[in-house]
Design a protein around this ligand. Structure first.
Ligand code: IMP
Length: 198
């Protein structure tokens, strides 16, 4: 990977290509800790199917950088439930759309092991094709019922181990970002981005 152009015109600014305003708000909250400003580019990228969310993120970030010709990040995430062999994992958005929270709770009806994790990959790429991926994980469990109206997706049924008894859906963005998979991946990205530009 080449070093960054010292005349890089964007300073500590990054463009987040996503259609999800919740993800963008989480990124803004986390990246502010590192004085990295983030702008949202609302654009759909083709989501290929692959067992590995890093592969999905890599393909999406290459597509995004080709379209906008700016330094960008994309993020791909999934919910991995131990008792279901890691399902829905990379198929999380499809499963969420098709069976929702109720469907997941039904699949776990009577199951004692409710452990699960969220995984996130933040993929960065600039117009010179410098591509790098950052990972974040949060371990927790699937609650017995949906609780809270905050956040998005599976937030109302996921209790992180750091906050037993409280789902992501019951937290503010700032609280969720203390432990979330996405916040962890974004922090790794921010540390690297700052040093890369130093
Ligand atoms: P995506 O493909 O990265 O947008 O994520 C796939 C799906 O996983 C989303 O549609 C959500 O249902 C779920 N998901 C990903 N991250 C989160 C999160 O932070 N909270 C709740 N659900 C999430």
């Amino acid at each position: 990977m080449s070093t960054i152009n010292k005349n890089f015109p964007y300073g500590r600014l990054i463009f987040f290509v996503t259609e999800n305003a919740h993800k963008f708000n989480e990124a803004r909250s986390v990246l502010a800790e590192y004085n990295v400003a983030v702008a949202m580019i609302k654009m759909r990228t083709l989501e290929v199917q692959d067992d590995d969310i890093e592969n999905i993120a890599r393909i999406r970030v290459l597509q995004a950088v080709r379209e906008v010709n700016l330094p960008v990040i994309v993020e791909d995430a999934g919910l991995f439930i131990d008792a279901l062999g890691g399902f829905p994992g990379p198929y999380s958005s499809y499963v969420y759309r098709k069976i929702g929270l109720g469907g997941i709770l039904k699949l776990l009806n009577g199951v004692n092991d409710r452990s699960a994790k969220f995984k996130s990959v933040v993929a960065f790429c600039d117009p010179n094709n410098n591509l790098k991926c950052f990972h974040g994980i949060v371990e927790g469990r699937i609650s017995l019922e949906a609780r809270g109206s905050g956040g998005f997706g599976f937030d109302p049924i996921f209790e992180p181990n750091e906050s037993p008894g409280k789902t992501f859906g019951e937290m503010t963005t700032e609280e969720k970002c203390r432990f979330s998979h996405r916040a962890r991946a974004l922090r790794e990205f921010a540390k690297w981005y700052r040093s890369w530009q130093a």
